[in-house]
Write a protein that binds this ligand. Structure first.
Ligand code: ZN
Length: 235
């Protein structure tokens, strides 16, 4: 299914909210502020990044994992399943189902028959989506002459030493290519990722993250490659 479009004009949303009485309760819990999820599964299902939670359009709860409630929402009304920052849940309460998720957190990956997980096992997809651990947070450390420097935490250094940059690795902003990753230097305590920005791209001083994947090249000597780099929370 196609990626859900970003939220409509806030005025339109407000208007729609006003004419939907069922939403009143959720509105009292604070305005819903959907953000782009950290990643998406192959089928488009949103995956949470750090500090992100699932919320539902008319819901009164928030969810920290892919629990039964979230899974059912995705199945029956995927457009109503949204992601927001934990700090933006307002008066929504933490979902109790999240404490004992009966479905694997990342169905396509870990659906390898966990005992007692029920009979409705999710069918494994052929190409597993990278798990959340494959998202590495980055912070901006500099921008100079169209070159963006992003640093990862020292705790990711060992992993990044095992990570290659393959040709055409994009900096993606809302699905648009805003630049190309040119170099990864993991010899530093804080590994440095060097990105060549496209001349027409607008620089955003926000947290970024890089996504890892297995290398595409058969000749690859490292077990990981950078799939893409993106802002964690594009405006
Ligand atoms: Zn839940």
């Amino acid at each position: 299914m196609p990626r859900p479009k970003r939220q409509a004009n806030p005025l339109v949303s407000k208007y729609l909210n006003a004419i939907r009485p069922t939403q009143t309760e959720a509105n009292n819990l604070g305005e819903l502020k959907p953000v782009e999820p950290a990643a998406r599964r192959g089928d488009g299902a949103p995956l949470l990044g750090n500090e992100q939670v699932y919320v539902m359009k008319y819901g009164t709860k928030y969810h920290t994992v892919w629990c039964k409630v979230v899974a059912e929402k995705w199945e029956h009304s995927p457009r109503g399943l949204l992601v927001t920052w934990l700090s933006d849940v307002g008066g929504r309460a933490r979902c109790k189902e999240c404490d004992r998720p009966p479905v694997p957190a990342k169905p396509p990956l870990s659906a390898t028959g966990r005992p007692g997980a029920g009979t409705n096992q999710v069918i494994e997809t052929q190409e597993p989506t990278p798990p959340d651990e494959d998202l590495i947070p980055l912070k901006v450390v500099g921008l100079s002459h169209g070159i963006l420097f992003l640093a990862a935490g020292p705790e990711h250094r060992e992993r990044l030493k095992e990570t290659a940059i393959e040709p055409s690795t994009p900096l993606s902003v809302d699905g648009r290519r805003d630049g190309m990753v040119v170099r990864l230097d993991a010899t530093k305590a804080e590994p440095l990722l060097v990105v060549q920005m496209d001349p027409r791209a607008t620089f955003m001083d926000v947290p970024y993250q890089m996504r890892l994947r297995p290398p595409l090249r058969r000749s690859a000597t490292k077990p990981y490659a950078v799939a893409s780099v993106e802002p964690v929370s594009p405006k």
